[in-house]
Design a protein around this ligand. Structure first.
Ligand code: UN1
Length: 477
């Protein structure tokens, strides 16, 4: 059994979590410890005790630790990518790509550790000097989802450590293997003082609950469902802790008449269906201008028919399985809801059987939908996209913004005028022109508006807003 890492020790859990390969449910990826409330509390205490030592070390030492972690992740990308594909179900190419991204995130924040500077302000009072500095928050709680088993943990853990915080980390129950491998690398390559980094695999109702409520967890970063995010947010707010929430999306991709059809199809298919559509940034609403609508739908259908849906680790697979049975059920339920509401399923949407027994779903495309239908309001989180017809650009923009969410949005067009206008008026946190709504760079701020996100941005230099506390000092000589 793979254990939790608390206070610099590998410890048994209160129970065991079996990790099953969604491409082949006879394949057990491994058995992992599940901590309970008591162990989560011990981890918080250990982090609290260790944090001042870590914060006192030089930025260079912290940067070097992150750099060593990043190097090992990159050196083991094939092995870790395979492990990730096995447990999550994204293809091997995507799995290896995600591992590389995680390694690069550590390298990026290794550099960022050294770039933290103080600011001397212009004087208001002649003899008084005002200075703004950034300090660690203290203990940071990190709760991550199953869809990016190593990249999301990396882009939360790396900045937390870079700026001198201690970490308690709870990965999603469905994907402990990548998290455990990452923790093992951090524990060894990082050479961190005991307690600075803690892996606490276990249920949200116990471990997540401790992170949300414990007075010593001063900041909490969460990526996951809107429902869980909101309740964690309220808990943190009630006790005055800092919180950062990345939740759902219902991301629109606008396709205008003047788009390059070939490019639009690639952007749409990649953004909506790759990684089995299991990305909060996935395009799920195609908003298509009238004159290109039928050609676009026909071309997407043709492209979808060429995709290989199969075991994630098999060469040649384009789309792996859905992550688990209940997610598959949710995807199928939404396809039913959409067709009952009047949508027309023009491709896929059915379970498919492959050589290995897994949760395979043929990507679904539903046309003739209206933006008020449930399929266009609620997040499915699977390989399911719907099409809404738009009269013209203004209508398309209005439809794109008519959503409770606001994570990412996209437009396919060759018009500079419409592209510029869309970038200005889209109510999403990330706007893409002729590139997929999903797939972002680690040096750029990540996050959304409205119901999608709450709190400071993740990634890039912007990550410091969340992982540091500002202190203003005044000095008179
Ligand atoms: C991406 O689109 O590359 O959970 C990243 C998610 C997001 C990350 C998306 N937080 O899907």
């Amino acid at each position: 059994m793979n254990k939790n890492y608390i206070a610099g020790q590998w410890v048994e859990g209160a129970s065991i979590n079996r990790n099953i390969n969604p491409s082949d449910i006879t394949d057990i990826v491994g058995e992992y410890a599940r901590a309970d409330t008591r162990q989560a509390e011990l981890a918080v205490e250990a982090a609290h005790d260790a944090q001042p030592t870590w914060a006192r070390m030089s930025a260079e030492q912290r940067g070097d630790a992150l750099d060593r972690i990043g190097s090992e992740i990159l050196a083991r990308k094939e092995e870790l990518g395979l492990l990730l594909s096995r447990e999550e179900g994204k293809t091997l190419v995507e799995g290896v790509g995600e591992v590389v991204r995680a390694g690069r995130v550590f390298k990026f924040f290794a550099g960022e550790a050294l770039r933290l500077s103080r600011e001397r302000l212009a004087n208001i009072r002649p003899d008084v000097e005002a200075e703004v500095r950034r300090e660690p928050e203290g203990v940071v709680g990190i709760i991550t989802p199953w869809n990016f088993p190593i990249a999301i943990p990396a882009w939360k853990i790396a900045p937390a450590l870079a700026y001198g915080n201690a970490v308690v980390f709870k990965p999603a129950d469905l994907v402990p293997a990548s998290a455990w491998a990452l923790a093992e690398i951090i524990s060894r390559a990082g050479q961190l003082p005991a307690g600075v980094f803690n892996l606490v695999m276990g249920p949200g109702s116990q471990v997540g609950n401790v992170f949300a409520k414990h007075p010593k967890v001063r900041a909490l970063s969460f990526t996951g469902s809107t429902q869980t995010g909101r309740s964690i947010g309220l808990e943190c707010m009630a006790r005055g802790a800092k919180v950062q929430l990345e939740m759902g999306g219902k991301n629109p991709l606008v396709v205008l008449n003047d788009a390059s059809l070939e490019q639009a199809v690639e952007v749409a298919v990649q953004g909506a269906f790759f990684s089995t559509g299991q990305r909060c940034t996935a395009s799920s609403r195609f908003i298509v201008e009238d004159a290109i609508h039928d050609r676009f739908v026909a071309a997407v259908v043709e492209r979808l028919a060429m995709l290989n849906i199969d075991n994630a680790t098999k060469a040649g697979t384009d789309i792996g399985p859905v992550v688990c049975e209940s997610q598959l059920q949710q995807d199928c339920d939404y396809i039913d809801i959409a067709t009952r509401e009047g949508g027309r399923l023009v491709f896929g949407g059915e379970r498919v059987v492959r050589a290995t027994q897994g949760y395979y779903l043929n990507p679904a495309l539903i046309v003739d939908t209206e933006n008020h239908m449930r399929i266009n309001r609620e997040e499915v989180f699977g390989p399911v996209a719907s099409v809404v017809r738009a009269r013209d650009y203004d209508d398309a923009l209005r439809l794109a913004n008519d959503t409770e969410f606001g994570l990412s949005s996209g437009i396919c067009t060759t018009s500079l005028k419409h592209a510029s206008d869309f970038k200005a008026r889209s109510t999403a946190g990330m706007v893409m022109v002729n590139v997929p709504t999903a797939g972002v760079d680690y040096n750029a701020p990540f996050g959304g508006r409205k119901g999608s996100s709450y709190g400071a941005r993740e990634q890039g230099p912007f990550a410091r807003e969340f992982y540091t506390a500002i202190k203003t000092t005044y000095t008179q000589a």
